[in-house]
Write a protein that binds this ligand. Structure first.
Ligand code: NAD
Length: 294
């Protein structure tokens, strides 16, 4: 293994420390304690774990955490009423609606109802438009995490050939926009891309957001490339009946060819909540008219 292993857990801890300092500064300068409201509809076990982790990290960072747990029979109108009250609540600076939502609720309608100034997930079309036009706004957390890790390894990304594999609204497209803003030459690959291996082989920076276990192979990589693996896939482990997590990148083989690579778990994953805290602090600063320090 020759690649540098990018430690997302350590980077996230440092970032959370910077957020905590930023929160203290905002409290001192403007008397404002940032508040993050997380809305969970239904009892999806994975979502419950995420929400609990988010709430814990929010409080650790010196922010207020507001949890709203609703029954899976909640109607879209009821959820909209809650979102309207959070939009109007001055103690709330960030609103996150945990996805997926039950099928009677239209995801797009709900995400569009969140005040764009409090949209810490960065999924509102206004924030997507601001990102696409290179204007300041709230940026989705996982894409922000990918670019922070890449910049930590490479410094400036200017002029690099980057490939983003995946074109979803929550990862692929926004990460491609962020890389463009960093002056990379960006290729967005997807399920219809012809000869993905050849496209990948040109890239100095590979961001894999596919959701297919270990699809990215070592012989696709340019030697020394930086590889950021967003994928989280549960597959059968070596022990009978036990599952394990793997990314979209064949980590073991790619670590011999890449210059730097994120592991799964321990790469992008831990960074996502840290970036949510960054966004909440940024939202609170913008609402209070203060300058954000992260
Ligand atoms: P998605 O299913 O919405 O999008 C997947 C994309 O991959 C699509 O654009 C599709 O065109 C592309 N794709 C599918 N098969 C392909 C193939 N064979 N070749 C090339 N491209 C192909 O998924 P998503 O929401 O963008 O998530 C992607 C992965 O990232 C998932 O594993 C998800 O669990 C993970 N994820 C992780 C985090 C985190 O915090 N680390 C956050 C969000 C998503």
């Amino acid at each position: 293994m020759s690649a540098r292993i990018i430690d997302g857990t350590a980077f996230a801890a440092t970032l959370r420390g910077r957020v905590r300092n930023g929160v203290e500064a905002l409290v001192r300068s403007h008397g404002v304690v940032p508040g993050l409201a997380v809305v969970l509809v239904g009892a999806d076990p994975a979502s419950q774990v995420y929400v609990k982790n988010k709430a814990g990290r929010t409080v650790e960072a010196g922010m207020r955490s507001f949890e709203h747990r609703l029954q899976d029979t909640t109607t879209e109108a009821e959820l909209m009423t809650l979102i309207a009250s959070l939009n109007a609540d001055p103690a709330v600076h960030g609103i996150l609606v945990q996805l997926p939502l039950p099928k009677q609720i239209r995801e797009n309608a709900v995400l569009t109802a969140v005040d764009p100034a409090k949209d810490v997930d960065g999924f509102h079309p206004i924030n997507a438009g601001l990102l696409a036009t290179g204007k300041p706004g709230l940026v989705p957390c996982t894409p922000l995490a990918c670019v922070m890790l890449a910049k930590d390894v490479l410094g400036s990304l200017e002029g690099l050939d980057a490939i983003v594999i995946g074109r979803s609204n929550i990862v692929g497209k926004p990460v491609a926009q962020l890389l463009l803003a960093e002056s990379c030459t960006v290729t967005i690959a997807h399920s219809k891309t012809r000869d993905l291996a050849a496209v990948c082989a040109r890239a100095d920076l590979v961001i894999a957001a596919v959701g297919r276990p270990e699809i990215v192979k070592a012989d696709w990589l340019k030697p020394g490339a930086t590889v950021i693996d967003v994928g989280i896939n549960r597959v059968a482990g070596a022990e009978l009946g036990k599952m394990k997590l793997v990314g979209d990148v064949d980590f073991k083989a790619c670590a011999d060819k890449a210059g730097a690579i994120t592991p799964v778990p321990g790469g992008v994953g831990p960074m996502t909540i840290a970036c949510l805290l960054v966004n909440t602090l940024r939202a609170a600063c913008a609402i209070a008219g203060a300058t954000a320090t992260v």
